[in-house]
Write a new protein. Sequence first.
Length: 236
Amino acid sequence: MTSHPTPPSLTALIVDDEPQMVYIITFALETQGFSCLSASTAEEAWAILSNQAIDLVILDVMLPGASGVELCRRIRAAGIGAPVILLTALGDEPHRIAGLEAGADDYVTKPFSPRELALRARAVTRRTGAGPEAIENGPLRVSTLTGRVSWAGRSIPLPDTEARLLAALARHHDTVVTWQELLGEVWDTSDDSGGREMVRTTVYRLRRHLQARGISPEIVISARGRGYLMPRLDDA
């Protein structure tokens, strides 16, 4: 029998003040090979994030003290690129939008299927070595091995989801990529419930990151009602 190497375990931080919810999420993530830590407040979570590498944050928006949205904003301001999945109450749209705009990568509404959460967690942390070593479009280069982004040889730090979105648009440059296609390629899901909003807010964040680093946000063009397009950048 041929043996296969065991993939390295990823560490997830679960931030929720309900012990039963922490137990359910931990069990679900462990089925996908994660090891789990937990915190009941944003302050406890920040202490953990400041002292060790975390691969994924599962974050309830309603926490005692500082909110999950505030913690998400702090994570991104510190340059921590670990994917963040928000847990929001059904119909809690304002918090969900605020979380996405603060830098969250995905969200799951309560009550949720533990299996769905586990699969979403695996999807946002997935890295693949298949295909070419890098996706390139003019001065833009995105490594398919590490997700690192560079522009004319200069490293451009981006959160995980924004880097995957940029890679998807660069891979299909000169072609409109629909928001449904982006959901599949970037988030690995075909569930379009709230999907258009998720794509839109991620594009907004990506453009802000690019502009802050002196790159024109117009390299990501809106195709109204359809999706987004990146032009050929050979002359950029």
